[in-house]
Design a protein around this ligand. Structure first.
Ligand code: CP
Length: 317
């Protein structure tokens, strides 16, 4: 890679809407930047490289992690934030202002917009009407690219590689946007095998299975915990996104895969890690928290902030 190559990749990093935009060289740059930030952070070095920048967070759907880790990332880098949680009640969207107009307005006040919205494609619509960068923080059942970035970073940190991995992903693939981005991410690296465990009602569409297989990912759909291979490198658990079901009674009847100490004993191994997109509801036995392989409330969420700091740095610096 020539001396000018990183500048090229940094210029490529503007809007982050879908994992379809990202390649392995860009991902390496993001992860190396996150490594540097994490190191500086541990050495208590000030990282106020975005002083004078203003970042808008527009979250039309609830969020704990994505909202707060992006807000924290911006502030730790010295940027200021305009923060809207629930703009449908607190911004002029309540009066009927369109998403496009809202984006144009906040583009005048800030240098970057981070948007979460219930509609698939909303982040892309936002990016189409502004010249400032837009980051998709989750668009309905579409994608959640910054979540997949932190998931990938966590796997890379554990195993030192992102190829030749065997993983189990469990839960909701019908509405799980983080899973969609993660599967696209895993397609970028060679010889990855993924076991998908879900009830039939929440399985991945045939179209998506075909898409990921055509990109080189080996996919095995399983419908029972009994079929989990013992030698997985990682398990990735997700909740059933009941809020997206039209029929709430039907969603309550779905029997989601359950993560328990018994399952870890029966199907786990000593080298694996267990991640969860979070929030977790009733698909995880709290007893697994004592198991050091379960890193979803420790390493995984902390990495979210470092990776999001890296993204903001690369896009805005
Ligand atoms: N993982 C995730 O997106 O969490 P939040 O919905 O709390 O942001």
């Amino acid at each position: 890679m020539g001396a000018s190559a990183p500048i090229f990749f940094i210029k490529m990093l503007t809007d982050i809407i879908s994992f379809d935009q990202l390649d392995t060289k860009t991902l390496s740059l993001i992860f190396k930047t996150a490594d540097g930030i994490k190191k500086s952070f541990k050495n208590k070095k000030t990282l106020e490289i975005l002083k004078g920048k203003v970042i808008t967070l527009l979250f039309f759907e609830p969020s704990s992690r994505t909202f707060s880790s992006f807000a924290s990332a911006a502030k730790r880098l010295g940027a200021q934030t305009i923060e809207y949680q629930n703009p449908m009640q607190t911004s002029s969207a309540v009066k009927g202002e369109t998403l496009e107009d809202t984006i144009k307005v906040f583009s005048a006040y800030s240098d970057l917009i981070i948007i979460r919205h219930p509609e698939i494609g909303a982040a892309s619509r936002a990016a189409n009407v502004t010249d400032i960068p837009v980051i998709n923080a989750g668009d309905g059942a579409g994608e959640h690219p910054s979540q997949a970035l932190l998931d990938l970073y966590t796997i890379r940190e554990q195993f030192g590689r992102l190829d030749r991995l065997k993983g189990l992903i469990a839960g909701d693939f019908l509405y799980g946007r983080a899973v969609r981005s993660l599967l696209k991410a895993l397609c970028l690296y060679k010889n990855n095998s993924i076991y998908l465990l879900s009830p039939k009602e929440l399985s991945l569409s045939k179209k998506d299975v075909y898409l990921y297989k055509s990109r080189g990912l080996k996919i095995f759909e399983i419908d029972s915990e009994k079929n989990i291979p013992r030698d997985c490198d990682f398990w990735y658990w997700t909740r059933v996104q009941k809020e997206r079901f039209k029929n709430k009674t039907a969603s309550n009847k779905i029997k989601a895969p359950y993560l328990s100490t018994a399952l870890l004993k029966a199907k786990g191994n000593n080298k694996m890690i267990v991640m969860h997109v979070l929030p977790r509801i009733d698909e995880v036995d709290r007893e697994v928290d004592n198991d050091l392989r379960c890193i979803f409330l420790t390493k995984q969420i902390k990495n979210g902030m470092y990776v999001r700091m890296a993204l903001l740095k690369l896009i805005l610096k």
